[in-house]
Design a protein. Sequence first.
Lengths: 288, 475, 312
Amino acid sequence: MSERLSVRKTYKLFIGGAFPRSESGRSYAVTSSKGDFLANAARASRKDARDAVAAARKAFPGWSGATAYNRGQILYRIAEMLEGRRAQFVAEITAFGGVGVKQAGEMVDAAVDRLVWYAGWSDKIGAVLGSANPVAGPYFNLSSPEPTGVVAVVAPQVGPLLGLVSVIAPVIATGNTCVVVASERAPLPAITLAEVLATSDLPGGVVNVLTGSAAEIAPWLAGHMDVNGIDLTGADAELAVTCEELAAENLKRVLRPPAGPVNWLADPGIARMTTFLETKTVWHPIGV
Amino acid sequence: MFEYAPAPESRDIVDIRPSYGLFINGEWVEPQGEDRHKTVNPATEEVLAEVAWAGEADVDRAVQAAAKAFPVWSAMPGAERAKYLFRIARLIQERSRELAVLETLDNGKPIRESRDVDLPLVAAHFFYYAGWADKLSYAGFGPDPRPLGVAGQVIPWNFPLLMLAWKIAPALACGNTVVLKPAETTPLTALAFADICRQADLPPGVVNIVTGAGETGAALVNHPGVDKVAFTGSTEVGRLIARGLAGTRKKLTLELGGKAANIVFEDAPLDQAVEGIVNGIFFNQGHVCCAGSRLLVQESVAADLLEALKRRLGTLRLGDPLDKNTDIGAINSAEQLAKIRELSEAGEAEGAERWSPACPIPDRGYWFPPTLFTGVAQSHRIAREEIFGPVLSVLTFRTPAEAVEKANNTPYGLSAGVWTEKGSLMLWMASRLRAGVVWSNTFNRFDPTSPFGGYKESGYGREGGRHGLEGYLAV
Amino acid sequence: MTTPLAEVASSPSTLRAFLHGLPGVDRVGADARAAMLGTRSIKTTAKKQAIDLAIRMVDLTTLEGADTHGKVRAMCAKAVRPDPADSSVPPVAAVCVYPDLVATAVEALTGSGVKVASVATSFPSGRSSLEVKVAETRLAVAAGAAEIDMVIDRGAFLAGDYLKVYEEIVATKEACADAHLKVILETGELATYDNVRRASWLAMIAGADFIKTSTGKVSPAATLPVTLVMLEAVRDFLAATGRKVGVKPAGGIRTTKDAIKYLVLVNETAGPDWLDPDWFRLGASSLLNDLLMQRQKMATGRYAGPDYFTLD
């Protein structure tokens, strides 16, 4: 009796809540760190990026208009779903190689905990960053943070799950929607994460995941006039400069790549949220 | 008839030197080049003074002076930095009449505004940020937030001294040192401020003022010794700066253009709405980035409101900016006047109906009458481009959703106005308008405690309030 | 007699709907506008012109329990000839007294052109029956008053009984016959600018010839922003009906500077057409001497002293 042949997963893109192939029909072989074939991933094109931006824009009013409590609930739901797929992520990370089962498990646990951390931020960031301003006149004056809009995220090339969750969660916790360019070398956990997102009550289009070449796709996102911000964490120095220059065209908010290696296990702080938050100040007279 | 006799503010109070050098390291120094520029009174075209045009070598000298002063200034206890800023605030109050007249002479804005708006806000801004200097650990940026270093700051000509205050006060409070370039057409109050720094015994190099035009500004923001760039001005230049800073570690804040919608609902307090519209677009000759240059009025009250608005425009007094009864002063420069004219002509050519009250225009100087365009469509240039002059485009809407859609239908997002007596509608609108400042039943109010800045292409970062510290701290 | 817009008073509900349908007034915006106009700088020839105009607009007033015939006669002399040393000073518009002193004032002012105004309708509180108010009005008119300054029933207004207020004004107007009716809103008790606007329209619809801010017995009395709101009302009422109504701020206007601020307010709100004693009055007493002192300062170049002006 022969051993049962397993059914492999087709890794596709995640756009607007659906899993399409690249419109270009292109794919590329993803290999482990040792060079073994793992799967073919979709190689997204500029048109996929365009579609992803359209999906993110479409999702923005609903997601930014949802209550902060609701967003927090959904982020927590993502954590729940991720926890349930712990074994799958451990397997995917170890298959890529470079880390053992124990370490991979710690990374998945940290990713779950990070989502829980950001789930709690959604309805607190307004209180931390907002202010009632004591202006010198008879006016009520209130400042509160609002999401910037559609944010492009170049995910870190290493730390395929924890790094990825650590760049997506702060962007969406505050009400932005995003288009993520996954790690080119290790894109598979990103698509599996998309499966988690798709089953977590997260409205379609809030997170869109593209796999392929960051150098090819990111400049299209950086230059896109309907993208409001860009996180260049995963861009190399040359790509980062190109993208930052392109981003200037519509004055995107830019999160530059970190100056050195990032310890994704450290306290993330709030800069990843504040970079993609606007402050709105509302004045109203006080008088009878 | 009750004619107001001329009531000019005396200009004897200001002593303008025939020629100014650069203020570097606490000293007046001559520039290395020969380049000098005349600054004129836009109301009369009279030359007020000659100022130096700083070149790259001069900018380098200023940045080095600021870099040298940084260790001293940043290490100084916050309470001591605070006292310098309080001193500066007091000196501004003491000299406010003189500075107001100087501002009006160099800028063309009415003395009523420089006296009652600009100068009080300038002093208030220094007072406000003075108080932060020794409280930064409570500002929400960590237990010991650090300054960035040398701030290169480039400011516009519409509120010369106020923009200087918005830039310098938070920078100094946080422990940075500064090289500031005032606008080429309005350098005089910044140069007077240099004298205030001396009167305050501010350590040399903490504040440096270099005068010049775009090239001087470019040399400053691109100087490798600059750690922080703050710019207020056009979106076009802001874009160039953002591009130029790509790949550097310089922190950038930008306060750029706008095309704000001022939205009037049928249940608005109409008399105050008329005042708000007037204040929104004719304050400072419309040379205001957050000006309410697009009036969106609900169709059901459009006719009544326009009639009231036209009647009110008939009472605006245009003329000598130094006259205490002048409401509309001079356009700041011939270039700006040409731009306003060009866009107004485009408005007519595109089919909008142009109207101005009967309004005598002085023979000399740069003037433009208060103007409104009706029958404007969203596609017209005058509804999309920043005119930066006393020109109002009037559009109508039927429902709140349509008002939001039209208001947000612009690459800008600096400010917006909403006029309604219905609280829930106001808050609904305020939450949907993509703009950094929403004035409800008021317009063009400013306060040092209140963060100011834009969404989208109106720039990023905030000035004012606790938020204004962030741009000057390593966070 | 029918007045424009009288149909809105056909029932309590139509009157209420009309008054509540008027645009609201934002207090902060109105205050800011009035304050801005208060910064107008009126100098030299404009100031001279303004002082004489203000003198001609004064309703020289005494409304004290201690008023006597002698006091009223002395005030009338001052009204006709404010500065005995300077015959170029114009007389004031009117004197304003209690009803029992009207006859005395009429006698003292015969032939002078200075009008006699009388408060009536149980001034200042208005707390009496309509019969008494109408009778008092009739007596004052019979005694020769050319102008009646009535008070509205603020209690009824604040309770929402606009029709009662309306009917009292209509009845008083009828009792006035040919005398001009000034309706005192007592804005200090109405508390909100929305109420000031509604009360202004209510009074105008009911037939008021003038709307007046205050009795002078309640603080705050006249203020610039309240007067601004009332000037907007008469301006809009003229546009809506074609009928022009005057405005009289009263109480608390003591200095030339104050008076000139009011004139600027009139000029830039209702417009120059209202800059006439027929359409704008200043209810005051001590103001007159300050106007005279400022007038003399402008004529002589020296600051004036109070000993040189009569206290009547």
